[in-house]
Design a binder for this molecule. Structure first.
Ligand code: DQA
Length: 141
């Protein structure tokens, strides 16, 4: 079992970016904990601030890996290109958000990618990623 955890724009700044919303842990600090929870799963991690690079990465793994956990950051709310990409892949994609986007500004309530994803997890802090991996593992395709 092999999955990709893919983070989009500004998520490289986790730990220092708006800690009241996103917490004080960097993703590099959290990753060993996530991997430790799933010893039988190979978890690759990639982050980019660039929409096209996220698409390239999903196209690269989306036909051979077993799933993608995607936090598309602000592109969630704007990107038709990400939606089209997710629809084109063979593997399921789970949309993840650290914060509860529905409790925040109205422009964050709309996701352009949810309709193409297997499911959505949001609002559980970094634990959202673990819940998304659980969802992928329990999913019978
Ligand atoms: C986010 C929520 C988005 O609205 C925001 O643009 C982010 C992070 C989250 O994980 O809560 O960059 O995806």
């Amino acid at each position: 079992m092999k999955i990709l955890v893919l983070n989009g724009p500004n998520l490289n700044l986790l730990g220092t970016r708006e800690p009241g919303i996103y917490g004080r842990s960097s993703f590099d600090d959290y990753l060993p904990e996530l991997r430790g929870r799933f010893p039988d799963v190979e978890i690759e991690y990639f982050q980019s601030n660039i929409e096209g690079v996220l698409i390239d990465k999903m196209q690269e793994v989306g036909f051979t890996y077993d799933g993608i956990v995607l936090n598309a950051g602000a592109y969630t709310h704007t990107s038709v290109a990400l939606q089209d990409c997710i629809r084109s892949l063979r593997c399921p994609v789970v949309e993840v958000h650290i914060s509860n986007v529905h409790k925040r500004e109205e422009f964050r309530h709309k996701s352009l990618i949810s309709c193409a994803c297997l499911g959505v997890i949001c609002g559980f802090g970094l634990d959202s990623y673990r819940l998304a991996v659980e969802g992928l593992l329990n999913h019978k395709s």
